[in-house]
Design a protein around this ligand. Structure first.
Ligand SMILES: [Zn+2]
Length: 276
């Protein structure tokens, strides 16, 4: 697979150093802002191929996280969104099956979803789908009241471009809800030992490794006004015992985060920002 070298996806600096080698890829650290990103990396075309291929794309939504297990998490995400935007047109970038969009529809929103569907978009009633990259959809300026992008930015060749497009598509006063894994939690000794030693460094799927600082910078540099951090509950799993452990661990980690004034990292980074 062809690979290209890029500038820092957050600050645009051209100078980086090797942070670590993983699965034949180099994770670089920007010498200017400290951002961690895969460099060199597959081309945008190479990445599109990768995501279109149902055989190798482990993030393909069918069977990834069943709807009934995802529903309680999505309901809470949507409650958070509705505190800032009561109704209107909603766009989800990387919508998968469209579970969150279906929920949005049931609460009176007009939902639109964008993802790679390989020509077979889901048959979710009331939801408009676009098959392909967001830039190709060419939606008009200021056509949405809320944009959601969860577990997507870390996969993209150019997250700045995607955030700029989300900004263009939002109406003034509209909100963006964004979520990414927290590389600072994934790199922490506790997390690596007890939770998932390799997560979230999974090249070439994860190309950008965000910290709360770099995430905030990415969004505010695009013109967004930071509103607040949010916390997402982990997806419910089938095993009752495993579930108890996961949900209890989530509460403990949450409490530690609160007690340490944010110094103890969240596993994921979720936030709400607004277009002024
Ligand atoms: Zn940088």
């Amino acid at each position: 697979v062809e690979r290209v070298t890029v500038d820092c996806p957050i600050c645009g600096a051209t100078s980086d150093e090797t942070f670590r080698e993983l699965d034949g890829y180099r994770v670089a650290r920007c010498k200017s802002c400290g951002f961690l990103f895969v460099n060199p990396r597959p081309t945008p075309e190479g990445l599109s191929e990768l995501y279109r291929d149902r055989e190798t794309n482990k993030f393909f939504s069918e069977g990834y996280e069943p709807p009934e297990l995802e529903a309680p998490v999505l309901a809470k995400v949507f409650d958070t969104i509705q505190r800032y935007v009561r109704s209107g047109a909603m766009l989800e970038i990387g919508c998968g099956r469209g579970d969150l969009l279906a929920l949005a529809g049931s609460r009176g929103f007009q939902p639109t979803g964008v993802d790679f569907f390989d020509g077979k978009p889901p048959a979710t009633p009331g939801v408009r789908f676009f098959d392909g990259p967001l830039a190709a959809a060419k939606f008009p300026n200021a056509s949405f009241d809320v944009v959601v992008i969860r577990n997507v930015l870390e996969h993209l060749f150019d997250p700045r471009q995607e955030v700029a497009e989300a900004f263009r598509l939002l109406k003034p006063g509209g909100a963006l809800y964004a979520k990414v894994p927290n590389a600072m939690a994934g790199e922490g000794p506790f997390y690596r030992r007890f939770v998932a030693p390799r997560y979230p460094f999974a090249p070439p799927y994860h190309l950008s490794h965000f910290s709360p600082e770099s995430m905030r910078r990415l969004l505010t540099n695009a013109g967004f006004q930071f509103v607040r951090w949010s916390v997402e509950q982990p997806t419910i799993v089938r095993s009752a015992r495993k579930n108890l452990v996961r949900q209890a661990a989530y509460r403990v980690l949450n409490l530690l985060n609160t007690l340490s004034g944010g110094r103890f990292p969240q596993i994921t980074i979720a936030c709400i920002v607004k277009k002024p």
